[in-house]
Design a protein around this ligand. Sequence first.
Ligand code: FCB
Length: 438
Amino acid sequence: MNVFPSDFTWGAATAAYQIEGAWNLDGKGESIWDRFSHTPGKIVNAANGDVACDHYHRFRGDIEIMRQIGLNAYRFSISWPRVLPNGVGAVNEKGIDFYDRLTDALLEANIEPYATLYHWDLPQALQDQGGWGNRDLVGQFAAYAALMGKRLGDRIKHWATLNEPWVIAFLGHRSGEHAPGLQDEALSLQVSHHLLVAHGAAIDALRATAPAVQAGIVINLWPSETMHNSEQELKIAHEQWQQDNAWFLDPLFRGSYPADVLEKYGARAPQILPGDMAQIARSLDWWGINYYARHVVGVAGPVPGSEYTEMGWEVHAPALERMLVRLNTTYALPPTYITENGAAFADEYNGDGRVRDPRRTDYLYAHLDAVARAMQQGVNMRGYFVWSLMDNFEWAWGYTKRFGVVYVDYATQTRVLKDSAKWYAQTITENALAPLNI
Ligand code: FCB
């Protein structure tokens, strides 16, 4: 059984738009996800985050659930338009109040808050001026970061600037599956660059306003592996890694974009101004990886013998171990967390106080085991956050995908701990992987 260090961070993660609801209450401004989900045809079953898990009103009960699970950390995001309805200018004090109360209640429960400044809900007012395609966002994001550092930096130590720049740039601006729903590759590349520069500017702003903070970023990584290890497959897998992952990791940890990818993009490559790369490559106090699955090159359709989640993502934990070890030899990594990891399954609740989700527990067990194995090989892993604390609004999929270790009955807002939450609780208590048959 794998034992974790005594100061290991055991957390769960959520994001503002996915759980808060209260989309237009107490002075909150409209976000691009409000606009997108209110646009017909964008979300499965025309769902939206207007109410979601009603966490805005129920956060105290949700913190009580975190205590029951024994979490020592909670990763959440701040809704930019809740605190700055227009993105810039007038501060919405009631919005700040919410995060003040949330932070204080977490600290009182001995749960360390990990705040993410941007988990995709850009103020619509800024989208109306070009959104992340507009370079002004760099300064505006830094000003928002400074405001939050000033107001909450005395109590929130761990901050992440962005959640998953790959998703923001490419699902938001190339495939259009996510808000703001644009389909323009050159724009998506410029957006990815602005995001990275804005990240660096926000790191500086946080440190300037709250010098004791630990500032970092959260990156989603999907390693590409191969079916038969042929030269051709390995070449494709390498190109995918470069294009999807090194495109963000190289600027952050080396201060340059991968030359092969830049060359491939040619005239579509982003415009880079003097000083940008140094701004992006600010040293980080920590960083987080969101890991769900791998890509496999050389197989059409599912990998024979593999299990798949409701998202259609392969369950394959060894790829996480391999990726962590490889990252550690490729870059000089800051302290590393898994900031999201989890699985959607078709959970059902029959009212008997239990939700049986053995496949999720298996998934979590295998991935935590992979983290432990990577640590044994020298990777500086500091913590793990399950995605997600509770079932929630899964973006374009609406409420059809359940990722929580806590079940949410959306009609009544009842929460029920799934079996996986009980397994996680025992693992946290023992600081070691609990047996699978509890
Ligand atoms: C990640 C997102 C998170 C959640 C999971 C399933 O890409 O960061 O909000 O939707 O996927």
